[in-house]
Each structure stands twice: as structure tokens, then as C-alpha cells.
Design a protein around this ligand. Structure first.
Ligand SMILES: [Zn+2]
Length: 133
């Protein structure tokens, strides 16, 4: 009986080789398909004579942590996450649109509950709700 390698492993190796910049020892993925081959942005626009020093600079930057490594893009939001996000925005925007005097009523309730409001807050909610005290 013969076993073949798992399909996933084969495609991973294949895609890594296809994506690599063709400059010797460069660790980046290619971004420009030009006359000198498939190269990363750093190598594609430089003279071939400078490739060695460019590769050294890229490697050094990566070792020093100066270059952010490629990160997988964030997973798309699930329907549940979308619903929660929309609700959050509705709560923020909806309250403001529903009652233009909502903020004054909230301050009135807070004062009634014993919250310490500033003199300006006390005057503002009374002016807006036309409460004379
Ligand atoms: Zn490169």
C-alpha cells in the first residue's frame, strides 16, 4: 500500500516557493513581476549590483524587529459580530436622534438621584427643559 503526502503540506510548500522574492536569500514575497523576475518592492527597483546590500538591510531590519512581519488578514466578521456592531452604533447614534433633549433629561434624572452636577450642567438642563427653580 502507498501513502501520499497530505495535500495541505504540498500546497503550502508550493505556494511559499511561488511567492518568494527571487533575489538571493531575500525573505520577502515578490510584489513586482518585472524584467529581472518576480521581486519584492525593495529589489525590483534597485540595480542588481545593490541586491546583496539590500538583502542584508532587509535581514538586519527583520532581526532588529524594525519591519512588521506579514500578518494574516483579520478573519471576516461573523453574522453575530456584525449584529452586535450595528447594535452598538444604533445605541450611540439612536439615542442622540431619538430625543434631542435626552441629554438634559438624563442630567435632570442624575441630579434627582443625588449626583453632583456643576452649576453649568444644572443651568443647562433647566434652560433646555424650561424648568424654573
Ligand atoms: Zn527581495
Amino acid at each position: 500500500m502507498k501513502f501520499s503526502k497530505p495535500f495541505v503540506e504540498q500546497t503550502e510548500n508550493l505556494s511559499d516557493a511561488r511567492l518568494a522574492c527571487q533575489a538571493h536569500n531575500c525573505s520577502r514575497n515578490w510584489a513586482v513581476d518585472g524584467p529581472s523576475g518576480r521581486l519584492c518592492g525593495a529589489h525590483a527597483w534597485a540595480d542588481v549590483m545593490d541586491w546583496g546590500s539590500i538583502t542584508a538591510k532587509i535581514t538586519s531590519d527583520q532581526l532588529m524587529g524594525r519591519v512588521k512581519r506579514y500578518e494574516e488578514p483579520a478573519a471576516p466578521m461573523t453574522d453575530d459580530e456584525k449584529r452586535r456592531t450595528v447594535l452598538r452604533f444604533k445605541n450611540i447614534l439612536g439615542n442622540a436622534d431619538k430625543d434631542p433633549k435626552g441629554w438634559a433629561k438624563r442630567l435632570q434624572r442624575q441630579e434627582a438621584d443625588g449626583a453632583a452636577l456643576s452649576p453649568i450642567q444644572k443651568k443647562a438642563w433647566r434652560d433646555v427643559l424650561r424648568v424654573v427653580s
